[in-house]
Write a protein that binds this ligand. Structure first.
Ligand code: ATP
Length: 737
């Protein structure tokens, strides 16, 4: 299905004036529902941009109307086993929290309390209608992502560890490891938990909005339907994203700057994911922030509703245009829904593809989850054709000044492209839904036409009347296996055909090809890494090892060296001979006075001078993250000529491994590591392009602490940097120190 993207324009607040209203909702023609958002061109106010959405809700829309139109229709699918994600996106102060959480009064309650109420009511009805044969359990998890770290909101803040909770991928889904789950039997339970959790949420006043929430908050509701023979699980996630904001306008202090950088970065990655998916890119950079990993836009297989919140007034003009632009592109995202399979309490017999050894039977999610990636060739071709007709535009919009026919042309073109992509590229797959036309006829979300529910035998039930509407067939495990194999073969064949049919890349200029080369290398590296992590999370032993490493690192952060040593040693059998790990154990033993061998004897055991050098060069943290997994087999390459060129210049004061760095060095590195374009652009000698290139490069690295730039020497080695540039930026900071 396509991600359903709707826009909601909030009403004016107390101090806002009618004369400042610049955003309005419109329809393609009289009698049609609102599907267009209009906003003037900031450079030519007489001209208006129009953005098309699946639906648009104007200032008068009530909380109930929004819920009934956009969320309630997906509740049936949730109970059929589909995962549902609803998230609010928009600038600070545009009404995301109001939409998701709402007020205390009944009429002001937002999507989340209404959702819970609906689920609990529906669950009770199912139990009643089946005379108690089906029980429905509802459990809540609630967590936030603050400064790119995940914290459990159902636990008191003092229980937080500095690194937060780790994420894992399993069966094509991202999980937060160690998240608390609380049973929720009725609305009272929910309200108690929700209020308690919201008190834990990190909020801080900023000049822009005194109640601005500085973290992304994710409520996950797990619905488990249990019969005598089966268990079916599905989840709905309701996400209130933190708002993006302009640091110059908010007069942010240092702490706020770090928060803003983390928020802006994750929202930037989100927009990059949206772009990559709508372009049909093979690589979606969703791993580059925790928020996008959790959101798994384009990776998850359920139903996604994106609510774009908009403020109607002029002071938000550019921010509004920017979020309109991202969201209207998100509409092109195509994902195939896959419902979560029922789990047999007693399987007919074991199958070779059962995962986890606990009788779980799931569809092979991975290939299907990436079904949208099959678009690449045709999407690019369609885009190229589109480009040939039109000059490039800053915004994917159409302008109202054009005659009526032209006004409606753009959305039609856009939906035709989608439909063409779908039909051309998805033929090998099972029946899919052609995306709705951009200007939908109905303001109400049609419950998407779901991929055919899979029909799985419930042996002891086959002779009984089925409680659900779907027919049930009897299929043996061998038949299921054969079907799965056939489907995978079809997908692989279609991918191969797609690759063969892909048009040859256009000729490049020398500099473009250099840049392409870099990004290709990075892409290859990331893809290899992703593959490894996926396979590793499947290897139970190995992921246990990684978990131990992570715990060890947390213990170390908390100053528990004894515990850290014990955990590192426990991890050693999973990574025998791992040089970096041995190094850590050795260092801790020395520190704790337990060393049988000194560090030098450890160094003498290093397999090669190259690895020896690698240990000194890395920041020494083997924390089980992707970077470390990669490092294990591929120790960092030492680029001798570059190193020589740069370290000499800055080695006296900035090498964090060898001694403390100067305040000026720290200031420069903080700015670089913030990945904040505005801050980096402000560095002496950094033009807009150099700053953008640097941010792009940094964003291609994992947002992990170990990937921070820790020295000026390291900074000089980044593409496009060089000693002279770093020197100028460094010197330019003199006055501010
Ligand atoms: N539809 C609405 N009806 C009435 N008031 C609204 C509506 N939407 C937003 N508001 C009001 O606007 C203000 C800002 O809204 P809100 O706090 O939800 O913004 P936000 O986007 O969540 O901001 P942040 O990103 O800082 O969390 C609040 O006072 C809220 O009550």
């Amino acid at each position: 299905m396509s991600v359903r993207v709707v826009a909601r324009i909030r009403p004016l607040l107390e101090k806002e004036l009618d004369k400042d209203v610049i955003v309005s909702a419109d329809r393609v023609e009289d009698g049609k529902p609102l599907t267009i958002v209009k906003i003037p061109n900031p450079k030519k106010p007489e001209e208006e941009f129009s953005f098309a959405f699946n639906s648009v809700y104007d200032q008068s829309t009530t909380q109930e109307a929004l819920f009934t139109a956009e969320v309630a229709p997906h509740m049936k699918a949730l109970f059929q086993g589909y995962d549902v994600t609803i998230f609010a996106y928009g600038v600070t102060g545009t009404g995301k929290t109001h939409t998701m959480r709402g007020g205390l009064k009944l009429a002001e309650r937002g999507v989340i309390p209404r959702l819970l109420s609906n689920i609990i009511r529906r669950g009770k009805k199912i139990t009643k209608d089946t005379n108690g044969e089906t029980t429905v359990d509802v459990a809540l998890s609630y967590y936030e992502i603050y400064n790119d770290k995940v914290y459990d909101l159902l636990e008191p803040p003092e229980k937080r560890t500095p690194l937060g909770l780790p994420l894992r991928e399993k069966d094509g889904k991202t999980y937060v490891v160690g998240l608390t789950e609380r049973a929720c039997e009725d609305l009272k339970d929910f309200e108690r938990l929700y209020i308690e959790a919201n008190n834990n949420r990190v909020t801080a006043a900023t000049k822009l909005n005194a109640h601005s929430s500085r973290s992304h908050a994710i409520l996950r509701v797990k619905v488990t339907q249990t019969t005598a023979e089966t268990i079916r699980e599905s989840t709905v996630s309701a996400i209130d994203l933190a708002g993006s904001e302009d640091n110059r306008r908010t007069d942010n202090g240092k702490e706020r700057l770090v928060e803003s950088a983390a928020i802006n970065k994750s929202l930037f990655v989100l927009s990059q994911c949206v772009d990559a998916i709508s372009r049909g890119d093979k690589r979606i950079p969703y791993r580059e922030s925790k928020m996008t990993r959790i959101l798994s836009l384009g990776q998850n297989n359920g139903i996604t509703v994106m609510i774009l919140n908009l403020a109607p007034i002029r002071s938000y003009h550019l921010d509004t245009l920017s979020s309109l632009n991202v969201s209207s592109r998100a509409k092109r995202i195509e994902v195939r829904e896959i419902e979560n399979e029922v789990v047999y309490k007693q399987p007919p017999r074991s199958t070779s593809f059962g995962l986890g050894g606990n009788n779980v039977i799931r569809q092979p999610l991975r290939p299907l989850a990436n079904a949208h990636n099959l678009h690449t060739g045709a999407v690019l071709a369609a885009k190229a054709a589109e480009k040939a007709d039109k000059p490039a535009k800053a915004f994917a919009v159409y302008i109202d000044k054009k005659p009526a026919a032209a006004v409606s042309a753009r959305p039609v073109v856009s939906s035709t492209v989608n439909a063409a992509n779908t039909s051309q590229l998805r033929q090998p797959l099972a029946a899919k839904r052609i995306p709705e036309p951009v200007a939908s006829d109905s303001p109400v979300a049609k419950p998407s036409k779901l991929a055919r529910p899979s029909l799985i035998a419930r042996p002891s039930l086959t002779q009984q009347p089925q409680p659900t509407q779907e027919p049930q067939l009897t299929i043996s495990a061998a038949q299921i296996e054969a079907m799965v194999e056939k489907k995978v073969a079809e997908i692989l064949a279609s991918r191969a055909a797609e690759a063969a049919a892909a048009p040859a890349p256009p000729a490049e200029t020398a500099s473009e090809s250099g840049k392409e080369q870099i990004s290709e290398d990075v892409k290859r590296r990331l893809e290899a890494l992703e593959r490894r992590i996926e396979s590793e999370t499947r290897e139970d032993g190995r992921s246990d090892g990684l978990r131990l490493l992570l715990q060890a690192r947390q213990a170390k952060e908390e100053g528990d060296d004894e515990g850290a040593l014990r955990l590192y040693e426990s991890a050693l059998p999973y990574f025998p001979g791992q040089v970096k790990l041995l190094g850590k154990i050795e260092k801790l033993r020395v520190k704790l006075g337990k060393a049988e061998r000194s560090l030098s004897s450890f160094e003498s055991r290093l397999p090669s001078p190259k690895k020896k050098k690698a240990i000194r060069e890395t920041d020494g943290e083997y924390d089980g993250t992707e970077a470390d997994v990669e490092d294990e087999d591929h120790p960092p390459k030492i680029k001798t000529p570059r190193k020589k060129k740069s370290t000499r210049k800055f080695s006296s004061e900035d090498d964090t491994d060898q001694g403390p760095s100067s305040p000026r060095t720290r200031q420069l590195l903080d700015i670089v590591n913030s990945r904040d374009l505005a801050l980096i652009k402000g560095l002496h000698g950094f033009g807009a392009k150099r700053a953008q290139d640097l941010v792009d490069h940094l964003n291609l690295r994992e947002p992990d602490v170990s990937n921070h730039i820790s020295s000026l020497a390291q900074l000089t080695m980044l593409p496009g940097m060089g000693t002279r540039t770093v020197e100028r930026a460094y010197e330019g900071l003199t006055v501010s120190v």
